[in-house]
Design a protein around this ligand. Sequence first.
Ligand code: 13P
Length: 248
Amino acid sequence: MARKFFVGGNFKMNGSISSIKEIVENLNKATLDPNVEVVISPSALHLLLVRDSLRQGIEVASQNVFDKPNGAFTGEISVSQLKDSGITWTILGHSERRTILRESDEVVALKTKYATENGVGVIWCCGESLEEREAGKTIDVVSKQLAALKAQVSDWSQIVIAYEPIWAIGTGKVATTEQAQEVHKAIREWLKTNVSDKVADETRILYGGSVNEKNCGELSKQADIDGFLVGGASLKPAFVDIINCQKQ
Ligand SMILES: O=C(CO)COP(=O)(O)O
């Protein structure tokens, strides 16, 4: 099955009302490759502004969501609140949340289960640190993260996997096409062995980490790279070039 190319923009904790409006205007007037699924993820404070002003055909993701329906959970956002606001995706397990906010593999898996079972798609992130890569543990680390996910999740159809090596995030140090393809292929093989041929075949695996308009073309040609999760460059006009990278 042909997997639809997917480009996500993770704005992280960046942007003001005026700069976010500018990004949305730029996307609204751009000619975008219709064969690419685009999802942008502003901070929680800007979700509604973006949803209300963004063109049809681009979806919006939160950067986190909680795994309880509602109630006394100060500071959290629920899946039903997202859906009520027209937010159809969430990012979960980003390395910044795993490391800085100490979310465990299990917490990430439980949130992913809750979101997917309640109708919100998940861009589920995984990836190794520099130390782990240098110790030759990359595939082990990613496999352990996947195993924790598999322990909770049964419906994989609403999950997009983002492989984001921590050493490549925000550093300008992009993984080589070979390094990225090797891990993406290993993730697909893991899905084939541990979940099913169908899930391995259909699940999009995105690469994230210093993707820009210059390196996206080569990366996009790799057999197991089905798109990108873009941080810094998603805040710039060049994000359009990344979305359209297969056309160039
Ligand atoms: O973390 C990322 C996307 O989620 C990648 O960030 P950069 O593209 O800024 O390296």
